[in-house]
Design a protein around this ligand. Structure first.
Ligand code: GAR
Length: 207
């Protein structure tokens, strides 16, 4: 089974969804390490409660933080990296060390509403649907090839809190699904920006 690491900055509920899925036997990769760029991130305690190793790395000097992440990823034998509420933009240092092997989850239907407060941006704009996106990470802010998306209806009486909660519930399912696709080699980016989700049939063709 492939191993991976998770990078967080705060609450870590998406990370928690992955750790729970692994514990219950629904995840086809092993979360080997959780790294936070905030020493007091509540998610670190959650990770420890699942028995997963945790590390704090200050990314203030981005390059050194990314170098340390690469060292730790290699040390634990990780083959890919999941950004789960990790609120820093990565540089080529880390991205080039794991080409097409770093994914992020974002609470909007990208390319709409990247960056901070995506749910408030959606409400302020007045869209009728929003949702969440998983994508491969490049050096931009919430850019990079889209992997999967889930749609969430925006209701007339939604507040930032109610919309965020409904999107978050979808995020927790989506992140598990995407990690399983990546872990079982069912994602291909050969076509450039476009990510192909391989089914059993076309996966056979590509073997
Ligand atoms: C999630 O909604 C995630 O999509 C978002 O931060 C939240 C983290 O929650 N990420 C971004 O906005 C990335 N630009 P969590 O710590 O409970 O998983």
């Amino acid at each position: 089974m492939k191993k991976f690491i998770i990078l967080i900055s705060g609450r870590g509920s998406n990370m928690g969804a992955l750790l729970k899925a692994y514990k219950e036997g629904h995840l086809q990769a092993e979360p080997a390490l959780v790294i936070s760029n905030r020493s007091q991130a509540p998610g670190l305690e959650t990770a420890r409660s699942f028995g997963v190793r945790t590390e704090f790395i200050s990314f203030k000097d981005g390059r050194a933080g990314e170098q340390r992440t690469i060292e730790l990823a290699r040390e634990v034998g990780a083959e890919f990296i999941v950004l789960a509420g990790f609120m820093r933009v990565l540089t080529e240092t880390l991205i080039n060390a794991f080409p097409n092997r770093i994914i992020n989850i974002h609470p909007s239907l990208l390319p709409a509403f990247p960056g901070l407060h995506a749910q408030k941006q959606a409400l302020d704009y007045g869209v009728r649907v929003s949702g969440c996106t998983t994508h491969f990470v490049n050096a931009g802010v919430d850019t990079g090839p889209t992997i999967q998306q889930r749609v969430v209806e925006v209701k007339p009486d939604d507040t930032e809190e109610t919309l965020s909660a409904r999107i978050l519930a979808e995020e927790h399912g989506l992140i598990v699904e995407t990690v399983n696709l990546l872990a079982t080699n069912r994602l291909s980016t050969e076509e450039g920006r476009e990510v192909t989700v391989l089914t059993a049939d076309n996966a056979d063709e590509r073997r």
